[in-house]
Design a protein around this ligand. Structure first.
Ligand code: BGC
Length: 759
């Protein structure tokens, strides 16, 4: 008996040693208080908390002093105030918010510090408006270059996405607002997002798609998660026991609330049992139907108590903004605008430069500024995420102000931009009308081309503002291609004929095909949907007031077909249905195909199944492993300065499972201006026992250096972060092998290498 006791104790100690050291959620401190609240609540009051009360609020219990819970979109600014039960704006004056650079721009800073500030800024403005939960960050992996919400999301890489998600979440929650990680999980396409079933292997899911969510839950104690519209391996995300109960709650220790995406709930019993807390925005499933299910004994009241407890924890952690304090001042304030500037100024990626940048103004040149994107505001547009910005400095405004009388700027629109057309989007336009609209747009485009050429021909230099806009990149729809829209490639060729002195600035949140503009541009920049201060930041970079320091958070492929989901014929899936969102604005519309719209040629014939057969080879992992050339690699971004990497030393030669690999090396700014560099550490397994991508990012750091300054830097990689998910054993395991450590300035520009052994 005693022996058995000893064995059992040893066994427990062993389990404790092996168990992941997971921080306990701060939300659990409210459980004792909740124990006293729950018995005072009627079943009806509990059920009232489990669904939408208004479009962006769920109920509290007034009788017990529990305030309603207010949600705000997110993820890059506080959304304007809408009518309680419709998507119509209230038309307030002081709900004008700061428009922060969108997700991929934030990610291009590779700066968790800036992501923290960004979260701080959002939370402050959310508090001004009496909001409890920010519907952000949006952290799905950018799987396909055409994804409609690529601009909202962060990166194709889980390590970069995770680090920024953690910092953003902490910034929000340290400032009194709950973050809501969205869209959990595998919502990697917009076409058919409301019907698609994602078939994904567990290893890819664990290693690529879940890490940003896991990190934000485990390391930042995120209080909220939004269940995505799609299915994962056969189950809707809002009733997915594997995702919500087993992984999120049991494994990661999530203690907060799960809210459905708007109209993304599909059942009563499954949803509540499998982990959903709040159905938004209606109560079709978690209202009367749930009450009936409890009364009929199908759903135990203990489950209702648990779901209410999870909501109450967040309610108690987030102090409601008193009604007399909310909405008393303009939402956008100087401190947040400064954060928006800081992020924008460090996000701009210089892809190419033959020395034409920074701009030389000494001869008072005539600068032709060509392109609709030089004057277009990007705070709102498309469907969904948008900000009623207090102001937005466009590129032309930024340049005009900062250049002043040092040059002559002449602007021409250049091309007819894609415009928002709700009737077309919702299938209420005939085929004939669509064709007529397209013909007229082509005519206007030709006229605008001519005017632009006339201006370019007599200018000293041309700044061509190309790229997408917020109609091209939009929620609810993926792009048909990554081609520059509105005939921009054709315009570029014509511009080059009249004036080859061209600098191209891409205003896009996602990849474009650069085969035409890249060779015809002397310099090429990616300046994103860059927020309220975007134009000022861009002007500072073009004029050399600051050095560009953004790095690509995704690969720019040569052509779309090279990218993994396309190459493997997993995407597109053919026929596109009307989006789930249509049902939100017009209940009478069933999900059906939009007449007159072209479908993307189907590579995979089943419109409602997305096969992720590329497994972990997403983004650069695919290109590096398959040895395919790209237009610009992940992590790439030039500077006006130059850097020298040297003296790499690693703390040991052999590493055990609990060790930490410490890479030390010297970085010197060898140029003549102060600049930031983002150093990146990748790993390559040399003799592995399982398949691995050729290279994987494992650590990075943004560093500021004065001209001539050098610093010793340190990048840390815990060996536990090098494990893989063993699908048979259902656990993380080490692959003991030789490992090449690589330090570089992009995934393909490696400066220093060292081989170590995992034993
Ligand atoms: C989007 C969410 C958003 C919600 C509320 C949905 O259509 O997918 O990201 O938070 O609407 O606006």
């Amino acid at each position: 008996m005693f022996k058995q006791f000893i064995y059992f104790t040893l066994f427990l100690i062993l389990i404790a040693c092996n168990a992941e050291k997971r921080p306990v959620s701060a939300l659990l401190q409210y459980d004792a208080q909740i124990d006293t609240i729950l018995p005072q609540m009627t079943l009806e009051e509990k059920i009232e908390m489990l669904h939408g009360k208004y479009l962006f609020a769920s109920a509290g219990v007034e009788r017990l002093g529990i305030a309603d819970f207010n949600y705000a979109d997110g993820p890059f600014g506080i959304r304007e105030e809408l009518q309680p039960n419709s998507w119509m704006p209230l038309g307030w004056e002081n709900d004008q918010a700061t428009f922060f650079p969108t997700g991929s721009a934030l990610a291009a800073t590779w700066s968790p510090e800036l992501a923290y500030d960004y979260g701080t800024g959002l939370a402050r403005e959310a508090r001004f408006r009496g909001k409890d939960m920010l519907l952000g960050p949006a952290i799905n992996i950018q799987r396909i270059p055409t994804g409609g919400r690529t601009y909202e999301y962060l990166s194709e890489d889980p390590v970069l996405s995770a680090a920024l998600s953690v910092a953003y979440t902490k910034g929000v929650q340290d400032n009194g607002v709950a973050a809501c990680l969205k869209h959990y999980a595998l919502n990697n396409q917009e076409n058919n997002r409301g019907t698609v079933n994602v078939i994904v292997g567990e290893r890819a899911m664990r290693e690529i798609y879940l890490p940003p969510f896991e990190a934000a839950v485990v390391e930042a104690d995120a209080f909220g998660v939004m269940a995505a519209y799609n299915k994962v391996n056969g189950w809707w995300c809002a009733e997915n026991d594997m995702l919500l109960n087993k992984i999120l709650r049991d494994e990661w220790g999530f203690a907060g609330l799960v809210v459905s995406d708007w109209n993304g709930t599909h059942s009563t019993v499954q949803s509540i049992m499998n982990g959903l807390n709040v159905e938004m925005p209606g109560k079709r499933f978690l209202g009367q139907a749930l009450l009936d299910s409890v009364k009929a004994g199908i759903v135990p009241e203990a489950v209702i108590d648990q779901r209410v407890r999870e909501i109450l924890r967040v309610r108690l952690a987030i102090k409601p903004v008193p009604a007399e304090e909310a909405n008393q001042q303009m939402t956008s304030q100087a401190a947040q605008q400064e954060i928006a500037y800081q992020v924008a100024s460090k996000s701009i990626v210089l892809l190419k430069n033959d020395g034409v940048l920074p701009l030389e103004l000494s001869g008072k040149p005539v600068i032709a500024v060509i392109g609709d994107n030089a004057t277009r505001k990007m705070a709102s547009g498309g469907v969904g995420a948008g900000v009623k910005a207090l102001y937005e400095v466009t590129p032309l405004e930024g340049l005009t102000k900062k250049i002043d009388d040092r040059a002559t700027l002449v602007y021409e629109q250049g091309y007819e931009p894609e415009k928002l057309d709700w009737a077309r989007m919702f299938g209420r336009k005939s085929k004939e009308q669509i064709e007529k609209d397209d013909r007229e747009a082509a005519l206007r485009n030709a006229e605008l081309n001519e005017k632009a050429l006339a201006v370019a021909a007599t200018a000293d230099i041309v700044l061509f503002f190309a790229g997408n806009n917020r109609v091209v990149e939009t929620e609810a729809s993926d792009r048909m291609s990554i081609q520059l829209p509105s005939g921009q490639d054709e315009l570029m060729k014509k511009l080059y004929e009249v004036n080859p002195n061209i600098i191209t600035i891409l205003v896009s949140g996602a990849p474009n095909d650069l085969s035409t503009v890249n060779p015809l541009s002397r310099a090429l920049l990616l300046s994103w949907f860059n927020g309220t201060e975007g134009g000022n930041a861009l002007a500072d970079v073009l004029l050399g007031n600051i050095s560009p320091s953004g790095k690509l958070p995704f690969t720019l492929p040569i052509k779309l077909e090279d990218s993994p989901a396309y190459a493997l014929r997993n995407y597109p899936q053919g026929e596109k249905a009307k989006d789930v969102f249509v049902n939100l604005v017009d209940e009478t519309d069933a999900i059906s195909k939009i007449e007159g719209e072209k479908d993307q040629p189907a590579l995979n014939e089943d419109p409602n199944t997305a096969y992720y057969s590329e497994e972990s080879l997403v983004g650069y992992r695919w290109f590096e492993t398959k040895n395919l050339p790209v237009m610009y690699p992940f992590g790439h971004g030039l500077s006006y300065s130059t850097f020298n990497y040297s003296d790499l030393k690693v703390n040991k030669e052999k590493f055990g499972g609990n060790d930490e690999i410490i890479l030390r090396f010297k970085l010197e700014n060898t140029g003549s201006m102060a600049a930031d560099e983002v150093v990146q550490a990748y790993v390559h397994r040399m003799n592995p026992s399982v398949d691995w991508p050729m290279k994987e990012l494992k650590a990075f750091q943004r560093v500021s250096l004065q001209a001539g300054e050098s610093k010793m830097l340190e990048l840390n990689i815990p060996v536990s972060k090098l494990r893989y998910w063993n699908e048979s054993n259902q656990q993380w395991e080490s692959d003991l092998c030789e490992l090449e450590l690589m330090v570089g300035t992009s995934v393909s520009d490696i400066k220093l290498r060292k081989t170590i052994l995992l034993k």
